[in-house]
Design a protein. Structure first.
Lengths: 200, 200
């Protein structure tokens, strides 16, 4: 096999294989696709990869990834600076922004508490959140961590940490997903939906 | 959504999205993974992408992708230079090399005849193959194009082109795939297996 694959090709296959969800087969398919594709395609990918790490920083307020500090969201005077949604990852900000109705600010933790993976509160941007709440006039914190064990643990920890600050703390509603089918919903979700039932 | 995603991040998501089989969701997952990953990962991917196009050339004999001309396979004196397997793509060379038993040389066509896609014989490296057969003492050509319409058309065309050269021309066997189940085999494959039945 070595004779058939030049080292540069092997090197790119190996580099692609290190990405999540990309196995050796996909990696070599991508590599041979790029070999046939116009030079511009691999050049623009290489340039974007280089820029990614050199041009991006963390916003000093919300810890989201940005090219300017504070980030466009934190420096937008038209947004509501008295409400902060606390999320685990930058992609969660993207997901909430996609709805288009939330006009507050964010705080990105960059992970969730997970003892199994050796991730404790100090590995997250929780200290920065507490400091931010002390420094500004925030009225409500929406904890929007993931609806799983790690997300719950993180939510509980944050609630304890900010309890004495007197900031209203809410949590995203749990229940049946829209468009779902009751028959196929897992029992934990169903239990939450039952417990959190609303009066009609 | 624009406020939440810096331009450099969008640029990399767009670049990833142009790869085959990579949708916008996968592209943003890869991008945000790289943002969290060590710098070395995106740097090595960028370097490999740049090298891919600057360091690789086509072997002047077999047209495979290589870093040296002739390629390691064509310049290997221990291989049998009297037999050539004709394949569509460089990845097909990798597949045959993986078996480990074929010790001949290759010829990479870089595609197959496909009128629907506007690919004719002149777009492939068929002329180079004919010239190569005239220039050297090749005894057998194994046509190893894909077992589909385009591959068949290409095989037929090549057979016609080299008919007058008096080189023995063979084709990879068609039949049941190993490990398959007769019940689930498509009828074209079953027909070929029946027609090509071997005496036990």
């Amino acid at each position: 096999m070595n004779q058939a694959v030049p080292p540069t090709v092997t090197k790119l296959i190996d580099a692609f294989s290190r990405l999540p969800g990309v196995g050796p087969k996909t990696a070599s398919r991508l590599t041979y696709f790029l070999l046939r594709a116009p030079d511009e395609l691999s050049a623009s990918l290489a340039a974007a990869l280089t820029d990614l790490k050199t041009k991006t920083i963390y916003c000093s307020l919300c810890m989201n990834i940005t090219e300017q500090d504070p980030c466009p969201i934190c420096s937008d005077s038209k947004r509501d600076h008295s409400i902060i949604a606390v999320v685990e990852e930058p992609l969660d900000v993207v997901a909430i922004e996609r709805i288009g109705t939330f006009k507050g600010l964010y705080h990105v933790l960059h992970g969730a508490i997970s003892p199994v993976d050796g991730i404790g509160p100090d590995d997250l941007r929780i200290r920065e959140l507490v400091q931010r709440l002390k420094d500004s006039d925030v009225l409500e914190i929406i904890i929007a961590t993931n609806p799983n064990m790690q997300g719950e643990a993180t939510a509980m920890f944050i609630k304890q940490q900010i309890a004495k600050l007197g900031v209203k703390t809410t949590r995203l509603a749990r229940g049946l997903p829209s468009g779902g089918d009751l028959e196929y919903v897992d029992s934990v979700t169903l239990l939450r939906a039952l417990e959190g039932r609303d009066e009609m």
